[in-house]
Design a binder for this molecule. Structure first.
Ligand SMILES: [Zn+2]
Length: 436
């Protein structure tokens, strides 16, 4: 979700800066102070993309009863990518059981937000019980996980992530410069006054990017009840809309907000901003995944979470701005947010069940009121045309009686006619046998 203006984001400025660094070296000036302002990726804490996906492969191999992996590939115009999708389903056999709640989570849609993919790995480790959650035992955990199928995309933007690992720490877009959270079709391509082409390039068309195409197909076929797009850059719990500064109306919207308030209190230490993405983040975002999930795919609960941000960091210091840099904060973020996701796994299906019951109840009330309406309408008619109705009713009764009598006589006549024919036939048969 987050976008930041970065000097190092502009290739011409990058060249200029590199030239200046070169010149200062020639001049003999010490530029080490300047370099120290940019925090490098802390490799003691963070996995490389290859290592992280390797760790996830290990989990899938060790827990075939719970996890399965799909790799979806797509490409166009010489640009190719692949998206790893991990499916959690206890027992595996019920993956296609429609009675289960379906949850779709995406991490790493923006390359520079490394902490989000670390969280994906941590959640998968808890799902397989290789890691544990505080205050929750295995039996309780499995009692609510049994009702779910969870699909996790741990690193949606693999190509963008590789650019970050290659040194472009401020890169958020995919491998060919498109912001994957502006490439969806709801309000696609609309540009605000503060539009920043480096940060928010929406692509040449909605779903022009292979990553978005893969995600759209995945979401359409899986048809989730809950969608969460996980980002970093600030601490926030967003619901639709991103392209407007309002939230939708209706029961689901009320429940979404209530769930977010609970999550804020329980897991975000009341620090999280809550509300519509467009109304809270300070800018409207057009063509986002969450707006598409809610508006087009009708996912009942669609969210964007911002799990960490360092507001004090310099806008050039992207690794620090979007990711915890020390061990304690890194662990705290993983712990708090994995607990938040397990709260969702536990309570969100209940919310959706209750909404479904409320909707069913209100539709039955509608039917009741329709009956009442008809009853009232007929009463009204009978009072207005009371006498005529009585006369008509009497007439109808007589017609019915005559019709019944007519039918009875017809049946009797037919019976007599048939028995007569039968007697004649038997007489003829006896006569024909006589000459022989
Ligand atoms: Zn983001």
């Amino acid at each position: 979700m987050d976008r930041r203006l970065s000097l190092f984001s502009f290739p011409p400025l990058l060249i200029l800066c590199v030239s200046l660094v070169g010149l200062s070296a020639v001049d003999g000036r010490d530029n080490r102070t300047e370099h120290r302002t940019f925090t490098p990726i802390n490799l003691d804490l963070y996995h490389s993309s290859i290592r992280l996906l390797g760790e996830i492969n290990g989990l899938v191999r060790r827990h075939p009863d719970k996890l399965s992996k799909d790799t979806i590939k797509a490409g166009n115009k010489g640009y190719h990518t692949e998206v790893t999708v991990i499916t959690y389903c206890h027992g595996r056999k019920d993956v296609y059981d429609n009675s289960k709640f379906r949850i779709l989570l995406s991490f790493g849609q923006h390359g520079r937000e490394l902490i989000t993919s670390e969280l994906a790995l941590h959640i998968l480790s808890i799902l397989t019980e290789e890691e544990s959650l505080d205050n929750i035992d295995s039996i309780t955990l499995n009692s609510f996980l049994d009702k779910l199928v969870i699909k996790v995309v741990p690193m949606e933007n693999l190509n963008g992530r590789k650019l970050v690992e290659g040194g472009d720490l401020c890169e958020r877009r995919n491998g060919r410069g498109v912001d994957l959270n502006r490439n969806w079709s709801v309000d696609w391509g609309k540009k605000e006054k503060d539009y920043d082409p480096y940060e928010e390039n929406p692509g040449v068309a909605a779903f022009s990017e292979p990553e978005s195409q893969i995600m759209q197909k995945l979401a359409t076929s899986f048809n989730p009840h809950i969608w969460v797009n996980v980002h970093s850059g600030m601490e926030a719990l967003f619901m639709p809309y991103d392209h407007r500064n309002t939230t939708p109306n209706g029961l689901y919207s009320v429940r979404m907000r209530s769930l977010l308030e609970d999550l804020n209190r329980l897991h975000c230490h009341n620090r999280c901003m809550i509300g519509s993405g467009g109304g809270s983040v300070g800018y409207l975002a057009h063509g986002t995944a969450t707006d598409y999930m809610y508006d087009i795919l009708r996912v009942p609960m669609a969210f964007t979470f911002e799990i960490y941000g360092d507001g004090e960091a310099s806008s050039k210091d992207c690794f620090k701005m979007f990711n915890p840099t020390d061990f304690a904060t890194y662990n705290r973020v993983l712990k708090d947010w994995s607990a938040a996701f397990f709260t969702i796994f536990k309570v969100a299906p209940k919310h959706i069940d209750e909404i479904s019951s409320q909707i069913a109840l209100s539709s039955s009330k509608k039917f009741e009121s329709m009956d009442d309406y008809l009853q009232g309408y007929l009463m009204d008619r009978s009072s207005r045309y009371g006498k005529k109705t009585e006369v008509l009713d009497l007439g109808m009764q007589e017609i019915r009686t005559y019709f019944r009598l007519f039918l009875l006589s017809f049946v009797l006549l037919m019976f007599m006619f048939c028995s007569r024919i039968s007697k004649t036939k038997s007489l003829r048969t006896s006569m024909s046998s006589m000459p022989l």
